[in-house]
Design a protein around this ligand. Structure first.
Ligand SMILES: Cc1ncc(COP(=O)(O)O)c(C=O)c1O
Length: 475
């Protein structure tokens, strides 16, 4: 355990990883880029059965027409028709307030509690541990503030005697509340992941202090897709009497996530990453965990989140999770195949394309990276240029996280990983979903081939036309 050096938000360096940050030269047994479709439209012809989207998704999903391939599922996903169907009765006929005593209220209450029970069963919790919110951002803010306030109330510790540890590549919905805690007088430190994209348990335990009260490490990173050793980190927290929160927004429904097995105290979820509605989320809070609510009012959700509940939203989240869980195994295998096919094609296409994190090809079948997730660096091409060119070619992809789009700052995630600013400006995030196909992947490789064709010196990184431009961009 370290001792407090000062009261600053100290950035803790992780130990460097030995592994080189090179894309593996060849990926196992997947087709090469030469199979790429020649057209600049997204191909949709017939495909081998194993690589077509599942039957329930054969109708083109919104944003996934013959002219478009939506490869940005980490930003958001289309609402699934089955989810809309489940929600509809509570948007129209069954409009009651779940807190009213009459029949309309009881109908709404029954649906709300059924949704809570479904979610609890699927994450290994009991229903009273599930609280509905307006999304991942609210869940993160409420938990971080609420756990600390709860601890202060129950243990009577002062702010300057309380330390909070978070990873340095958390989503802003964790980092910003943590930064505010610093301004309020708490001790804060942000632990950098290693260059491989992971928070390593020995770095983590070294960053704990005698006065650490709360630690927060995301289950899966939203920019590079690496899945963190949450079970081990939670175990270390228990040993040191530290509460452990995880932002599971990118992980829920995509990888096995059981709170009882992970041994965590709190977790944040969002519906729109798994085919549910936007503006709907939930958090898990272990029974008897110290907590003080942020939203005060009518005392709904057991006093942990006041406000009339969005019954249709809760029903939508439960249905989306139910579907994601039922299809997870099949989707996992398909998306890993698709991911490997795309990585293979892209890296064979050009030596300028490499994976952002040094995931070894042998690990691609493993649980190191979210399925369907491909974090890339494309040497000599700015993210914005690539995103716009790919958009014109029919593909929706992202550079960094969509929530920070518009910011000219390089991604804090990539900088925390130790990338240079120049490299961080060349990041591309491809995140595929169940409806994506191998034909789309091939068409994407072909489109990248066309985009990369001009020599790097002709097309290379230009000075941006923005104020506050970073001089390091001009080459
Ligand atoms: C890891 C992570 N946490 C939190 C959020 C915020 O979730 P929401 O959009 O539901 O507020 C996101 C959204 O991108 C995310 O990726």
């Amino acid at each position: 355990m370290s001792t407090p050096a000062d009261n600053d938000v100290s950035l803790i360096d992780a130990r460097p990883v030995a592994a080189a940050v090179d894309t593996p030269a060849a990926l196992a047994d997947t087709a090469s880029a030469s199979a790429a479709a020649p057209s600049n439209e997204v191909a949709t012809g017939s495909a081998p059965a194993s690589n077509t989207a599942p039957a329930s998704n054969t109708a083109p999903a919104p944003g996934n027409s013959p002219q478009r391939a939506y490869f940005d599922h980490a930003a958001t996903t289309p609402l699934r028709p089955e989810v809309l169907e489940a929600m509809q009765p509570f948007l129209l006929g069954h409009f009651g307030n779940a807190n009213s005593l009459h029949r309309e209220g009881k109908e709404a209450r029954q649906a709300l509690e059924q949704a809570r029970e479904t979610i609890a069963n699927l994450i290994g919790a009991v229903p009273s541990e599930v609280v509905f919110t307006s999304g991942g951002t609210e869940s993160n803010n409420t938990l971080i503030n609420g756990l600390l306030r709860g601890l202060r109330d129950s243990r009577g510790k002062s702010r300057d005697d309380t330390h909070v540890l978070a990873s340095a590549f958390e989503h802003h919905a964790v980092l910003e509340p943590v930064r505010r805690l610093k301004r309020q007088g708490y001790q804060i430190s942000l632990l950098k992941p290693r260059r491989d994209g992971f928070i390593h348990p020995d770095d983590f335990v070294n960053a704990l202090r005698p006065e650490t009260a709360l630690a927060s490490v995301m289950t899966a990173n939203n920019e590079v897709g690496t899945i963190q050793p949450v079970e081990e980190l939670a175990r270390l927290c228990r040993q040191h009497d530290v509460l452990f929160h995880t932002d599971a927004v990118q992980a829920l429904g995509k990888i096995p996530f059981r709170v009882n097995q992970l041994g965590i105290d709190a977790a944040s979820f969002s519906a729109h990453k798994i085919g549910g509605p936007k503006g709907v989320g939930a958090f898990y809070l272990r029974r008897r965990t110290p907590f003080a609510a942020s939203l005060l009012g009518g005392g709904q959700e057991g006093g942990r989140r006041s406000g009339t509940q969005d019954v249709a939203g809760a029903v939508g989240l439960a249905r989306a999770l139910e579907l994601a869980d039922a299809e997870r195994k099949d989707n996992f295998a398909r998306l890993i195949r698709l991911r490997n096919h795309l990585i293979c094609g892209l890296t064979e296409l050009s030596g300028r394309i490499r994976l952002t994190v040094p995931i070894d090809v042998r690990d691609l079948e493993s649980d190191a990276l979210l399925p369907g997730f491909i974090p890339l660096l494309v040497q000599g091409l700015e993210s914005e240029t690539m995103i716009l060119k790919l958009d014109n070619a029919g593909f929706a992809v992202s550079g960094g996280s969509a929530c920070t789009t518009g910011s000219l700052e390089p991604s804090h995630v990539l900088l925390a990983l130790g990338l240079s600013k120049d490299d961080a400006y060349t990041a591309l995030r491809i995140s595929m979903g169940p409806e994506n196909t191998e034909q789309q992947a091939d068409a994407f490789i072909a489109a990248m081939g066309r985009i990369l064709k001009p020599a790097p010196v002709e097309q290379g990184i230009r000075q941006r036309d923005y104020p506050n431009q970073d001089a390091t961009l001009s080459k």
